[in-house]
Design a protein around this ligand. Structure first.
Ligand code: ZN
Length: 572
């Protein structure tokens, strides 16, 4: 069935003109495959002849079978004073061998006379000649009418004449472009309605986001009769970007009930968005409408409580319909509902009548008041809840640690200093080695089974002997660095103190999440992205501008680090 609105993706051409984006030919092919399987109707691959990468893309693309999408090649009208069949740009477009050709031409007289330095009639001839040439070659031809709205506002009759020239030459769609992105939705609506009334060809819309209206303007055009929307995934593009298809597609499908992409594709929307971010080397925008991780995150206690009872009381759609999910955040603004929902998500069996719920909430608020932040530290929250449910005191507190590396160019050594306390006693231990942090932690005193030495009341002591702890409360098995083979006398070691073992809820060397919570998995993905970031570190500016994760909140004056940077074991 023919869709009511066709989706024309220009991520690979207009999107790649965005700052910080540089797709290789292989990147473009991967994105094209993804777009095709998602179900967009047209994929604009690039501008043949503008660079070798785009030529390679078209060479590779013509050997592939796309099951949903048609590939489009983009170029401008023939050059002034050059016959269309002798124009090099036209030859390159034909060599791309795409079923669709998209031609951009001038609508605004200012551009015709001042930029192109052509006469108005010559511009009309350039439009007509180019479109007719490709229609004669049996192509589907879309005409991108550059500066349609600015041109129409400046000289409506001439703007209309350019569109009619394209239509008469056989264009399959006249695509009205808000190239400078400065129009308001009502202007888009008015001009699109007029074009719809004057032309018999299909109308498309191509908007930019300079006023933040990229999506709104595209939707206004659809309401006025446009049946093709051009845009990019995640709104990539020149300056502030293009119309964001990740917002347009669900708006058309779920709000306007217009058929566009296959229904089964909508739940893959977030996956598509993140896939393209990954290839573009950007962190996904957490606040992106529809698909951002905060799009359905509830922080206020009243909201969490209401959503628990009636989901749509604070959600405009079901998050799963676009591949997203509901999240309940825990902070000092939380109520019992937030803690209950988050605890159950983390695997605890809590009910609204659980007596520990109140002290857990009180402790969270107390710590948040001190400057800690649980919103992004689910492992710490899990430990806090576990502690309250088990009614036990933590066996020791990590008061502080320091890890450093030194090397000589051939090898490197890691050294850690760990200071822990057991009730009112302290131990300060230094050790070296590959797994030095966990090994240092294994050497701390454990009063339940450590045999304390009489002289072990010194609160701070150091050693530089490799793998040799020194100081308060060394146990029988802690001498000589043989703790990996011999266990000190006493009760069984907790799992996290066994070599290679880690109890659920216990931290790894650096405050790792306690359970495989979704937040932790996201952190891990973010880590992988950081590791694979190329030396040029594209996107760093964007992260600095606040799009990346992990911006520090204010820190507790005494701690010097937020909860996510501290060993979580000592906090609850
Ligand atoms: Zn554009």
């Amino acid at each position: 069935m023919k869709p009511e609105v066709e989706i024309y993706d220009t991520t690979l051409r207009d999107g790649s003109q965005g700052e910080g984006i540089n797709f290789s030919a292989a990147d473009k092919l991967r994105i094209a495959d993804k777009l095709d399987s998602f179900g967009v109707h047209y994929i604009e691959g690039g501008w043949p002849g503008s660079n070798p990468k785009d030529m390679e893309f078209f060479q590779q693309a013509r050997r592939r079978k796309f099951k949903n999408a048609k590939v489009a090649a983009f170029s401008m009208t023939r050059r002034k004073g050059v016959a269309v069949e002798k124009d090099e740009l036209m030859r390159q477009l034909l060599e791309a061998e795409t079923p669709v050709v998209t031609i951009v031409g001038k609508t605004w007289l200012l551009h015709v006379t001042e930029v192109l330095r052509a006469t108005p009639d010559e511009n009309l001839a350039m439009i007509a000649d180019t479109i007719k040439f490709f229609k004669d070659h049996k192509k589907i031809v879309f005409y991108d009418a550059e500066h349609s709205f600015d041109g129409y506002k400046n000289e409506p009759e001439y703007a209309l004449a350019t569109w009619q020239a394209a239509e008469k030459a056989g264009a399959d769609a006249i695509v009205l472009c808000d190239t400078n992105g400065g129009c308001l939705p009502r202007e888009i609506s008015r001009v699109t309605t007029l074009a719809k009334n004057k032309l018999s060809a299909r109308i498309g819309i191509h908007t930019h986001n300079d006023c933040g209206f990229g999506v709104a303007n595209a939707i206004a055009a659809v309401e006025a009769g446009a049946t093709q929307v051009q845009g990019t995934i995640n709104g990539y593009g020149e300056r502030t970007g293009n119309c964001n298809l990740i917002s347009v597609i669900p708006t058309l499908a779920l709000k306007m009930r217009q058929s566009c992409v296959p229904k089964a594709s909508l739940p893959k929307l977030q996956e598509l968005s993140h896939f393209v971010d990954e290839i573009a080397n950007f962190n996904p925008d957490p606040r992106q409408p529809w698909v951002g991780v905060t799009a359905f995150a509830h922080k206020g206690g009243m909201h969490a409580h209401a959503v628990e009872r009636v989901a749509h009381s604070y959600e405009h759609i079901n998050p799963e319909s676009v591949g997203n999910s509901r999240r309940v955040l825990v902070s000092d603004m939380s109520g019992r509902s937030n803690v209950l929902a988050k605890a159950n998500e983390l695997g605890f069996k809590l009910k609204s009548g659980t007596p520990e719920l109140k002290p857990i909430l009180a402790r969270i608020k107390e710590l948040e008041n001190q400057g800690f932040e649980f919103e992004a530290a689910e492992a710490s929250l899990a430990l806090l809840i576990q502690k309250h449910l088990e009614h036990r005191e933590l066996p020791f507190m990590v008061e502080g640690y320091h890890v450093s590396m030194r090397g000589n160019g051939m090898s490197s050594i890691c050294e850690a200093t760990v200071k822990v306390s057991v009730k009112n006693e302290f131990s300060h231990t230094v050790a070296e080695g590959a797994t030095v942090v966990s090994r240092s932690a294994m050497k701390v005193p454990w009063p339940a089974y450590s045999r304390r030495r009489d002289d072990a009341r010194t609160q701070q002591a150091h050693t530089t002997d490799r793998d040799r702890p020194h100081g308060l409360g060394r146990g029988a098995g802690e001498r000589g660095g043989d703790e990996g083979r011999r266990r000190p006398a006493g009760p069984p070691l907790p799992a996290e103190r066994r070599p290679g073992g880690r109890r659920a809820g216990a931290p790894a060397a650096r405050g790792a999440p306690a359970r495989p919570a979704r937040g932790a998995q996201r952190d891990d993905r973010a880590g992988r992205r950081r590791r694979r970031r190329r030396p040029a570190d594209r996107g760093a500016g964007r992260r600095a501008a606040g799009r990346g994760r992990g911006r520090p909140r204010h820190r507790p004056p005494h701690a010097g680090a937020s909860v996510r940077e501290r060993p979580v074991v000592g906090l609850a």
